[in-house]
Design a protein around this ligand. Structure first.
Ligand code: NAP
Length: 288
């Protein structure tokens, strides 16, 4: 059973969810894409995942929506996150694209919507106006919780000081090879929950000998050890797999506990900035 963790806006979020980046690999909208996404997300929902992470830029919201509708799971037992596309930062586009997101997902209300990237070198550096537009979505009742993704400490300081609205979640790259201490500490200082993307380092950390040794000693898999490390750090995690047996493996991390020594050994795998897989949010400036 996946525990809920409290957020700073009074809501809760299931601590483990299902990531959908590259589910399926083709992002262009098509019936084939929608059907393939619906099939894989449907497997996750049938396997006990009740929290799904999608994004406008993944091109798979319609497939997620189809899987949600087919699952028969009551709406109040599901948690759905999407993220604002990099091309939609202007306030009017926030509103229009959010309406499209709800439509594709087949939902009247979204649980969590994130600014996917701060894009500080685009839009005249004005991600504050984008953040204000997200606030309106909460006020008008179509969005429960607003958050950000890939926000660095100075980006968090700026939106909170200029608007007085603190994000509930910051979804950032975190895994044993990239602990991302600065962004995690800044999030914690603001009372913002850290959600780890690429929690398995897209598979890279699973061959690490330290992780392998702990997994063998615990009779767990490397993925379970890494996900457990996140859970004990208090991170929300959203591992992705297209395979049913791995989905099951990844959600089965609530029946054991790593020792302080094991946590310290995994903490020590951090490679600092060299461990990053994804782009640096300070310079990332891609619009699809
Ligand atoms: N906000 C952002 O900017 C951002 C950026 C990146 C990702 N995300 C989100 O975070 C989610 C997770 O990140 P991610 O998909 O990049 O990477 P990830 O979850 O760290 O790793 C996924 C990779 O690991 C493999 N894998 C999964 N479970 C495994 C297991 N138990 N044993 C061995 N291999 C396993 C998967 O292969 P198979 O599919 O073949 O099993 C896939 O290649 C994404 O899906 C997306 O929702 C957000």
């Amino acid at each position: 059973m996946v525990p809920d963790i409290p957020l700073n806006d009074g809501t809760t979020i299931p601590q483990l969810g299902f990531g959908t980046l590259n589910v399926p690999p083709e992002r262009a909208p098509s019936e084939q894409n929608t059907a393939a996404t619906a099939e894989i997300v449907g497997l996750a929902l049938a396997g006990g995942y009740c929290h799904i992470d999608t994004a406008q830029m993944y091109g798979n919201e319609a497939g997620v929506g189809r899987a949600v509708a087919a699952s028969g799971i009551p709406r109040d037992e599901l948690y759905v996150t999407s993220k604002l596309g990099n091309g939609n930062h202007r306030p009017d586009d926030v509103r229009h694209s959010f309406a499209q997101t709800l439509d594709k997902l087949g939902l009247a209300e979204l649980d969590l919507f994130l600014i996917h990237w701060p894009l500080p070198t685009l839009y005249d550096g004005d991600y504050v106006a984008t953040w204000r537009a997200m606030t309106e979505l909460v006020k008008d009742g179509r969005l429960r919780t607003q958050g950000v993704s890939n926000f660095q400490p100075d980006h968090l300081d700026r939106i909170t000081s200029e608007t007085g609205v603190v994000p509930a979640v910051n979804q950032i790259e975190v895994h044993p090879y990239f602990r991302n201490d600065a962004a995690r500490a800044a999030s914690a200082a603001h009372g913002i929950a850290v959600e780890a993307w690429s929690p398995l380092g897209q598979g890279a950390v699973l061959d690490d000998p330290v992780v392998g040794r702990i997994a063998a000693e615990r009779q767990k898999t490397p993925a379970q050890v890494v996900l457990r490390w996140h859970i004990q750090h208090g991170h929300i995690v959203i591992p992705k797999s297209t395979r049913r047996e791995r989905m099951e493996e990844n959600i089965s991390v609530f029946d054991f506990e790593l020792s302080a020594e094991e946590m310290t050994a995994i903490n020590a795998l951090d490679k600092g900035a060299d461990g990053r897989i994804g782009p640096n949010p300070d310079t990332f400036a891609w619009i699809p």
